[in-house]
Design a protein around this ligand. Structure first.
Ligand code: NAD
Length: 503
């Protein structure tokens, strides 16, 4: 971007820095492909410096020894600062990731909720679990301690939200960290680190390196001074991260992709109101943030008897979704995040059509308009009917606005289809029959199951996947446990010789 000064987006040991190499990267607005910010482009050397700072800060122990109530108070201050800056941060997220303004604002609310949740969780805990050792001369207690230096690697679809699900519990537990946001959407994570500094976090506790995955991310994942790697992103990079971390036997948490079924039984559509709700939510499940959601309901699995009516109405509504610049009020769907993402989507649609899918709506780039420039990465919400489980578009994560339709006749068939994925992040069942709802929910092999709903999550409930959707959980008590080591302290109050050896 001609003339624009690069933001010092690398924060190491309390200082804002340029990249060691001096390299910079332009951040593009996906609605017109024009740069609107410039950040430092770090590499392995910046990652090393950040890990060294985090290591020093952890080993000095200031943050880990800070009383829990004070750590929680700081997290709550961060939540208050997020509320103060909600509009600016929401706009920035919307522009950077191409999501609508309303989604951007809601993301910031959810980020503040995550900070408050983990503050409440640590304050509400007792100071360890006393274990009955079978003797009054023994005092035995199990305590939790911070794991150490955490490398936090995040994706571009929910840049700040995914970062907050890692940063808030890591800090609540007393760790230090280095965060590496996606190289294409780093801006709100940089802003969050500024807020952590403003809230009074000691130097060296929160570090950020902006830069690519193959250099900064890979270095963090394999760095000998990193104790834990928490990664959210795709299966391919996640596998590399797990391999790099395995060399040093680091703790690893992986939040990967999904190919999420939305199972609709005919009885859910028996009334006009039920039909309207199920169609509306199927639309929301598949197309919010243009389908670039790990838990997107990209597979509609519908009972054969209602398929035609349901899909016709769904396609009608999908064709009316208002596409445009996310930052414009009234727009319902923004662009895809990058040209690469759009081309990937186009390739999946082409392969589906070649394999016999029937296009009901979409399947192309929209006509440009004043609010939707030709240079933006727009793609029409697409409904592909008559799909089957052998198709690539049904098996692999598209991460674009593409909904596939499969049908079933029996409950067993519905469950078999819904579980026929290597992933297992989330899924939904729509039915008016409470017994069936519980039965099907019990049989779905997915980390989150919605009954007559799609997409809500709660900070107090664990999030994560079965199968190749990941390892470990975020949010909830398990989301805090990821960032801790467990220690058993066994104290003998009346030590005596054991005389195992004669002496
Ligand atoms: P990605 O895997 O391309 O990148 C994610 C992050 O990893 C980025 O910061 C990237 O720079 C970094 N990275 C890439 N290669 C790396 C390597 N070899 N070593 C270390 N770091 C590396 O994913 P993306 O395209 O940014 O995000 C989309 C993916 O994220 C989708 O698959 C989506 O399902 C997944 N996702 C999952 C969840 C969840 O909660 N399970 C949430 C959001 C997104």
């Amino acid at each position: 971007m001609a003339g624009q000064q690069a933001q010092r987006s690398i924060h190491v040991g309390g200082e804002w820095l340029d990249a060691v190499s001096g390299a910079t990267r332009e951040i593009l607005d996906p609605a017109d492909a024009k740069p609107f910010a410039v950040v430092a482009e770090g590499d392995e050397r910046d990652a090393d410096a950040a890990v060294a700072a985090a290591r020093r800060a952890f080993d000095e122990g200031t943050w880990a020894r800070t009383p829990v109530a004070e750590r929680a108070a700081l997290l709550r201050r961060v939540a208050d600062l997020l509320v103060r800056d909600r509009e600016a941060l929401g706009r920035l997220e919307s522009r950077d990731a191409g999501k609508t303004l309303e989604e951007g604002r809601v993301d910031i609310d959810c980020v503040a909720d995550a900070f408050r949740y983990f503050a409440d969780l640590v304050v509400g805990e007792g100071g360890g679990r006393v274990v009955d050792a079978g003797s009054e001369d023994i005092h035995s207690v199990v305590v939790h301690e911070p794991v150490g230096v955490c490398a936090l690697i995040t994706p571009w679809n929910y840049p700040l939200l995914q970062a907050s699900w890692k940063i808030a519990p890591a800090l609540a537990a007393g760790n230090t960290f280095v965060v590496k946001p996606s190289e294409i959407t780093p801006l709100t994570t940089v802003a969050l680190v500024e807020l952590l500094v403003e809230a009074g976090l000691p130097d060296g506790v929160a570090n950020i390196v902006t830069g690519p995955g193959h250099s900064v991310g890979a270095r963090l994942a394999g760095h000998p001074d990193v104790d834990l790697v928490s990664f959210t992103g795709g299966l391919v990079s996640g596998t590399k991260v797990a391999q790099a971390a395995a060399v040093g036997v680091k703790k690893v948490a992986l939040e990967l992709g999904g190919k999420n079924p939305n199972v609709v039984f005919a009885d859910a559509c028996a009334t006009e109101e039920g039909f309207d709700t199920a169609v509306d939510q199927a639309l929301n499940a598949a197309f919010i943030h243009s389908g670039q959601v790990c838990s997107a309901g990209a597979r509609l699995i519908i009972e054969e008897s209602v398929r035609e009516r349901f899909v016709a109405e769904l396609a009608r509504r999908a064709s009316r979704i208002r596409l445009g610049r996310g930052t414009e009020e009234g727009v319902e769907c923004g662009p895809l995040v990058s040209e690469q993402q759009r081309e990937k989507t186009e390739a999946y649609v082409a392969s589906a059509l070649a394999e016999g899918a029937v296009l009901r709506t979409g399947g192309r780039r929209p006509e440009p308009t004043a609010g939707r420039p030709a240079t933006g990465y727009f793609y029409e919400p697409t409904v592909l009917d008559r799909c089957h489980r052998e198709m690539r578009v049904v098996r692999e994560e598209v991460f674009g606005p593409v909904l596939t339709v499969e049908t079933f006749r029996t409950e067993d068939e519905a469950v078999a289809l819904a579980n026929d994925t290597e992933y297992g992040l989330a899924g939904a069942v729509w039915t008016a029959d409470a017994g069936r709802a519980r039965r099907v929910a019990g049989r779905l092999r997915h980390g989150t199951v919605w009954i007559n709903d799609f997409h809500p999550y709660l900070p107090q409930a664990e999030w994560g996947g079965f199968g190749k959707s990941g390892v470990g959980r975020e949010l909830g008590p398990s989301g805090l446990a990821e960032y801790r080591e467990t220690k058993h302290v066994y104290q003998n109050l009346a030590p005596k010789p054991v005389r195992w050896f004669g002496g």
